[in-house]
Structure formats: C-alpha cells, structure tokens
Design a protein around this ligand. Structure first.
Ligand SMILES: [Zn+2]
Length: 217
C-alpha cells in the first residue's frame, strides 16, 4: 500500500482510539448533531488546516475550503453555488456566531492571481475562479504596483481576506445578523513563515498579531 495512505489509516486508528475507546464523551454528544460556534473559510493549502492550526475538536468549527479562501458575492441564480450554499447552511441552519476568513502567507492562488502569466495561459477552472479576487489584485496594483513583489503578494493575500469579508456582507441574511449583533465576521492571516496569526482590526485598518507571546497560553 502507498505509504501516504498507510499513514492515514494509522492516523485514523489513533483518532478512533482517542475518541471512541479512551474518551467516548465527545462523540456520544456529537452523534445527536452539531452546534459549531464558528464558520471558518480557509484555503485548500495543505499547510493551513484550520482545525489543526487552532487545535479545534470535532464539532467546534464548520469549515469551507477553496483556493485562496474566496467568497463570491451574493448572487442567487441557477448555477451551482458550493461556497454560498455551505455559508447558508452554517448561518441560517446552524446559526454560527462567528465567520472567520483565514488567509495565509505563500498562497499559491494569490501568487497565480498576481503573476502576469495567468492571463496568457488560462487554466480550465482556476483562472475563472481567481477572477473573484480580481478587485483585490487591482487595489494592490494601484497602491503598491511599483513595490517589491513580496510586499505586493502579502498585500494581496491580506486584501483578498478583506474582499471576502466584504462579499460576506452582500448576503442579506448575513448583513441582518451582523447588524443585529448576532454574528461577527473576522479576517485572520496565518503567516506560516513566522508562525504568527493576525487579526484584522477594522478601526486601525491593519492586521495585528492575535496570539501574543508564544509561551502565553
Ligand atoms: Zn492559499
């Protein structure tokens, strides 16, 4: 068997022992349904698993992952809306109290979006998907177009988080809940180069470290 698959099976055995043999309480409860407090919208990138990064337990977080953690604007029509339907379920059925958009450093999706090449060599699905983040790219190019590439990439990673937050507010049932104080939208940025998590401060209009010193729990 492929060692990668073997490792997953080994991992599942460990998981089963933890949650179904040693400690059965959690899944005895979760068997009856889920009540996650938060919806996390994260990138597909294998290095930024939201449950892993935040050490969350099963049942605590409803997760949507897609390339570059993007949220499309509210647009009810006859096409298949995977992201919007998952958002609808989390907000209207599960009634989550928080929506967190989790972006990250070294995002391949944002890198593709920012490279000049991608317009010339469109891919079958990815190019179209990334056009969702075009306003973020435009903002960065306008403001920082003459600055080093690395700085532009980080700015676009952050800007795309803000764009997803703005797009969330175009959903009427999200706006309603936010305005009533029943739902809060957060923008987080995980810098995997420095091992730091940032939170967008809307008053200061910048991302600030969220977790404090590494040894303070
Ligand atoms: Zn990414």
């Amino acid at each position: 068997m492929d060692p990668a698959i073997q490792k997953m099976i080994h991992g599942f055995r460990h998981f089963r022992k933890t949650y179904f043999s040693d400690s059965t309480e959690l899944y005895s409860r979760l068997r009856h349904g889920q009540m996650p407090a938060a919806l996390m919208i994260a990138c597909c990138d294998s290095r930024v698993d939201p449950a892993h990064v935040t050490r969350s337990n099963p049942g605590e977080m409803f997760v949507i992952r897609n390339v570059a953690n993007l949220v499309p604007p509210y647009h009810p029509d006859s096409t298949f809306h995977g992201v919007s339907s998952a958002i609808e379920y989390a907000v209207c059925v599960l009634e989550v109290k928080h929506i967190i958009v989790l972006g990250h450093s070294g995002c391949g999706g944002i890198h593709t979006l920012m490279s000049e090449e991608w317009h010339n060599h469109p891919s079958e699905f990815l190019t179209r998907w990334l056009t969702l983040a075009e306003p973020a790219r435009h903002r960065v190019k306008e403001r920082l177009g003459d600055r080093p590439e690395e700085l532009q990439l980080r700015a676009c990673e952050e800007s795309s988080i803000l764009l997803s937050m703005e797009n969330l507010m175009t959903f009427p049932w999200i706006r309603e809940r936010v305005e009533a104080g029943n739902l809060k939208i957060h923008g987080w940025y995980f810098n995997l180069h420095e091992g730091e998590l940032y939170d967008y401060d809307s008053e200061k209009e910048e991302f600030l470290p969220l977790a404090g010193e590494s040894d303070s729990l």
